[in-house]
Structure formats: structure tokens, C-alpha cells
Design a protein. Sequence first.
Length: 148
Amino acid sequence: MAKVLLLNGPNLNLLGEREPDIYGLTRLQDIETSVRELLEGAGHACGSFQSNSEGLMIDWLQENRAADFLLINAGALTHTSIALRDALAALQLPFLEIHISNVYKRESFRHHSFLAALAIGSLVGLGIQGYDLAARFAIDFLKQRNAH
């Protein structure tokens, strides 16, 4: 059994309330439940965390560095946080970057990600379905890794 982490950054605790025309009506709790069910159904453990604090996010990653895979929606920290980028580089944990909205159709400051160059890939603009797709990718990635 592998352990997959789900980390959500600033303001994602307001999903379902915040700008529903951009982020939809689904709450973060429902996303976490869906991802957990997919991963546990495949025999993996899932730990999830959300914080509006960059430092708490980094602390949580370091405390859980023995995990096997990470799904991360860093929110606005994607575009601003060199500290989060450096933490991910230090941990060398394979990860997918997730964004509910298509950041390339939004303000230009959202077009750059400090995390993307370290990620296996990015799911952008697929709505909350991006989380389930990311979980399915993690399951396949771990299966292939364990087959070798």
C-alpha cells in the first residue's frame, strides 16, 4: 500500500462559496472524500490537508515526506511561492499540480507556475474533475512503479 497526499492551498477551504462561476459549487470536503475513495479503493492510503498558510503547508509536506505521491493545488501560492517550490524540490516526491480553473485564460500573473517544472504534469481548467483524474493517474503511476 502506498500513501498519497492531497494538499490544498489558500482559499480552497471556501470552495462551494467562493466565486462559483469560476470554481463551481462543490465543497473541498466533497473533493477530499472523492479522492480518498478512489485511492482507498485501489488499496492506497490518502492523507489530506488544506491551509491558508504557506509555512503550514511546507511543514505538513515535510512531516509527511515518507509518502509516495502528492496531488497539490497550491492555489495562488503556485504563482508566488519559491519556498513551496524549494520544499517540493527537496522532498523529491513525485506530484501532479492541479488547478480547477484554466489559469491561462485568467490574469497574466497566473500564467507562471513555480511548481510546474518539478511536477510530473499539470491538470488545468478541468474543474473539480481534475482531482479525480489526478488520483487515477497516481494509482496508475504507483502500479507501474511497483511493477518494476
